[in-house]
Design a protein around this ligand. Structure first.
Ligand code: UDP
Ligand code: UDP
Length: 474
């Protein structure tokens, strides 16, 4: 039998990057029968991450190579994008050595958006260069348009009053622009401009979205008069790519036992992603809000603090010493013991969302979480914190209408318990037109997502198209 093309992926640190890269590798290996090697730059700061990497290695569907740590001891930049960029830059030599040590050279390198400097290695070894955007097309459009905006605007984005116009796309409100782009005095701003400049030099881009969800934005990449002038190589929408639950994950743990006893779609799952934390004051309001909503809930609780950048890379899985009771209002756990389940630090999110008892998702709106909510057909309360989450929230709550969001940004104000309770009730229980419409739309979007990745669907076909190209050109 003819040997299969060999495709390599490189993933930057953070669960929001690692999970989708591993899932993409799984699809390339299982559905498309390619030989796959994943290079991982781990954060080495969390037992959840360690377990995920070990599980991928043990599954044996593809080769997983952890790159040796680069020395970061002299790095003073404490911003997220700044540190991520430096981390990935310093791993390029390790990637080069690891690639040259492979017995069969890959013909394709797929990098996530923070790993585009590894294209230098792809060039040396004559590999085709692809970018995997583990986010949506709208955010990707902004990313490649940033170098243009950088030339257009004088001063800071933060001074801007009018929405940013990106050709062919929904305008982006200044308040939705992610923090790294707001301050031109920070090195991370220029890292972002560099990323936006480097991505179009690739041979193609894979985006974790689908045509039905973002048709207009995706069309703008194909139109020379719109974004096609910048993004000359093809953009393939291949999503939603989300982890498969597979039923047995989570097993007979206490949480899943509890969930199995709850009525269908009666529980709201509350989680702020792998890096999200709330202030102490905000946590109190969320606790009272959940209680006042009268709805059942599962809440992944972390110590209250405003995230420092070091903790961006730090995720836990419950083995850390975190006694959640001390972060919660007095008596909360006792009063809600019948209707609520509090998990410390980390839950098996796709398994929780896949439980028939779960009927809503209170999320920070990281794109992986958003897709996990959508593919499980649950309406959402979206609570954006960092990165591109404000754009995700706008898309989910104002355009697609599968979510509600607080009136103010949770990073700008403390959201009160009444508003929280009302949002939870709206998506879980409210029998008014709006509540019903949001729940119906969530089911509709789930079907649309399923259709796109099923045989003959747009993402299925796009994926097959790019794999065919790799087979022909290896
Ligand atoms: N996740 C999880 N359990 C948790 C928190 C997060 O399994 O307690 C997973 C979640 O399912 C998602 C990823 O971690 O796949 C987080 O990615 P996302 O893009 O939602 O947000 P980020 O953490 O990058 O902000
Ligand atoms: N933030 C928060 N909880 C978190 C992460 C961030 O409340 O878990 C807030 C943080 O205080 C800041 C905003 O979110 O006001 C943006 O954070 P940052 O600039 O660190 O994120 P970025 O947008 O650079 O990813």
């Amino acid at each position: 039998m003819e040997s299969q093309p060999h495709v390599a992926l490189i993933s930057s640190p953070g669960m929001g990057h690692l999970f989708p890269s591993l899932e993409l590798a799984t699809r390339l290996s299982m559905r498309h029968h390619l030989s796959v090697t994943v290079f991982i730059v781990p954060s080495r700061s969390s037992s959840a991450e360690y377990k995920v990497i070990a599980a991928a290695q043990a599954a044996g569907l593809f080769t997983v190579i952890e790159l040796p740590p680069a020395d970061m001891s002299d790095v003073t930049d404490s911003t997220v994008v700044g540190r991520l960029s430096i981390t990935m830059r310093r791993h390029v030599p390790a990637l080069r050595s690891a690639v040259s040590a492979l017995t069969s050279l890959p013909s394709v390198l797929i990098a996530d958006i923070f790993a585009t400097e590894s294209f230098a290695v792809a060039d040396e070894f004559h590999m085709a260069k692809y970018v995997f955007v583990a986010s949506n097309a709208w955010f990707f459009a902004l990313t490649i348009y940033v170098p243009v905006l950088d030339k257009q605007i004088n001063g800071q984005y933060v001074d801007q009053k009018e929405p940013f116009h990106i050709p062919g796309c929904e305008p982006v409100r200044p308040c939705d622009v992610m923090d790294p782009l707001l301050d031109r005095t920070e090195p991370q701003y220029f890292e972002y401009v560099r990323i936006g400049t480097e991505i179009p030099s690739s041979d193609g881009v894979l985006v974790n979205t689908w045509d039905d969800l973002e048709g207009r934005t995706l069309a703008s990449f194909r139109d020379w008069n719109l974004l096609g002038r910048i993004m000359k190589s093809p953009v393939y929408s291949i999503g939603p790519i989300v982890r498969q639950t597979g039923g047995k994950k989570g097993g007979a743990s206490e949480l899943f036992n509890w969930l199995s006893k709850q009525p269908g779609e009666s529980v709201i799952y509350v989680s702020f992603g792998s890096g999200g934390t709330l202030s102490s004051e905000q946590m109190t309001e969320v606790a009272h809000g959940l209680e006042m909503s009268g709805q059942r809930f599962v809440w992944v609780v972390r110590a209250p603090k405003v995230r420092s950048d070091a903790t961006f890379f730090t995720t836990g899985d419950g083995t850390e010493d975190q006694s959640e009771a001390k972060f919660l209002p007095d008596g909360f756990l006792e009063r809600t013991s019948e209707v609520g389940f509090v998990v410390s630090m980390w839950a098996d999110q796709t398994a929780v969302l896949g439980s028939p008892a779960v009927g809503g998702f209170f999320t920070h709106g990281g794109w992986n979480s958003a897709l996990e909510g959508i593919t499980n057909g649950v309406p959402m309360v979206v609570w954006p914190l960092y990165a591109e989450q404000r754009m995700n929230a706008t898309m989910l709550a104002e355009e697609v209408r599968v979510a509600v969001r607080p009136k103010e940004l949770p990073t700008k104000a403390v959201i009160g318990r009444e508003e929280i309770a009302a949002m939870v009730r709206k998506i879980m229980a409210e029998e008014d037109e709006e509540g019903k419409a949001i729940r119906a739309k969530a089911k509709e979007l789930q079907r649309s997502a399923e259709k796109s990745t099923a045989e003959g669907g747009s993402s299925f076909e796009n994926f097959a198209r790019v794999v065919k190209l790799w087979r022909e050109n290896r």
